[in-house]
Design a protein around this ligand. Structure first.
Ligand code: AMP
Length: 296
């Protein structure tokens, strides 16, 4: 089970249609569902594992990001990936690299306010993967709904000849959205982290009961979070799924998003609202303990 380091090596091995699944590694079931979606639709699936330094604001978050390449490689090949590419930081950002991609619009609100520069880092590294690997399809999770909007905007605006695909959020058994960062949540703070899910579920239920007042729905999402002093909320917003702009009324495809810090761990989550159907996509819950936690 090999790990490749350069785009040239990958290109020499790909055949037919190429699906790309970009990740920062420490894979969980959310990543595996993305890989499976790509395997089902493409001749070759390339999984990238790269902890991209330019999308981290806080040095501490970058240095504490969980990493285990050997584990990732086994998991990725286990669900049918053909190639794992784990480039070095120097390869991705050679000396003298001076071009970045900045997406206006979709990158401005929510994460854009709380993590300045984050989406420039994301867009730049994703553009570099698109240019180097020329995939036919690229796979992203709706867990990062604003990131999905940013990448889709970039693909449209720069004319990358590929299709962006997305999958619903995969959640742990108790509802917490899977994130590699979950391994850093102290067990005693887990009930606090779960309040994000409780808030989103309460908001989703209120919406599905027919309430269409945005302030009322947002207040319902925020109530379980406000009750817990260990949860530091950064934002709770309703936003348009395509533009990621905050919305004052329910229309089209939207998402209800929360960002909060619990202990030292920053968590984001959302549910997707289809206003035409009047339904909310809550994501899928695992039926057993996540592979994130190993056998412990
Ligand atoms: P990351 O490794 O966290 O950068 O995520 C890599 C890809 O996996 C991104 O497209 C994420 O949106 C997606 N992803 C992360 N967590 C989940 C999840 N819980 N459910 C679905 N997709 C996810």
């Amino acid at each position: 089970m090999t790990v490749l380091r350069t785009f040239e090596e990958v290109r020499s091995m790909t055949e037919g249609s190429v699906g790309l699944v970009p990740t920062m590694g420490f894979l969980h079931e959310g990543h595996l569902r993305l890989i499976e979606a790509s395997v089902a639709e493409n001749d070759t699936t390339v999984v990238t594992v790269f902890v991209n330094p330019t999308q981290f604001g806080e040095q501490r978050d970058l240095s504490s990001y969980p990493r285990d390449l050997e584990r990732d490689v086994g998991l990725a090949y286990g669900v049918g990936a053909d190639i794992v590419l784990a480039p070095s930081v120097d390869y991705m950002y050679p000396d003298g690299a001076s071009t970045t991609v900045a997406v206006a619009g979709a990158a401005e609100a929510m994460e854009g306010i709380h993590r300045p520069g984050h989406f420039d880092g994301v867009a730049t590294v994703v553009a570099r993967f698109f240019a180097g690997l020329a995939p036919d399809r690229a796979y992203f999770g709706r867990k990062d709904a604003q990131q999905l909007a940013v990448v889709s905007s970039m693909v449209r605006d720069l004319g990358f000849p590929l299709t962006v695909r997305s999958i619903p959020t995969v959640r742990e058994m108790d509802g917490l959205a899977l994130s590699s960062r979950n391994v850093r949540i102290e067990p005693r703070l887990r009930p606090s982290a779960l309040r994000i899910w409780h808030g989103l579920m309460a908001g989703a239920s209120l919406y599905e009961s027919g309430v269409r007042s945005v302030p009322e729905v947002l207040a319902t999402v925020s109530a379980p979070l406000d009750d817990d002093w260990k949860v530091e909320v950064e934002y709770i917003e309703l936003a348009d799924a395509m533009t990621a702009r905050p919305a004052g009324h329910f229309a089209g495809m939207q998402f209800l998003a929360v960002a909060a810090t619990v202990g030292h761990v920053r968590l984001i989550d959302n549910v997707v609202i289809d206003n035409e159907a009047g339904t909310v996509e809550r994501g899928t819950l695992l039926s057993s303990r996540s592979i994130l936690y190993g056998d412990s």
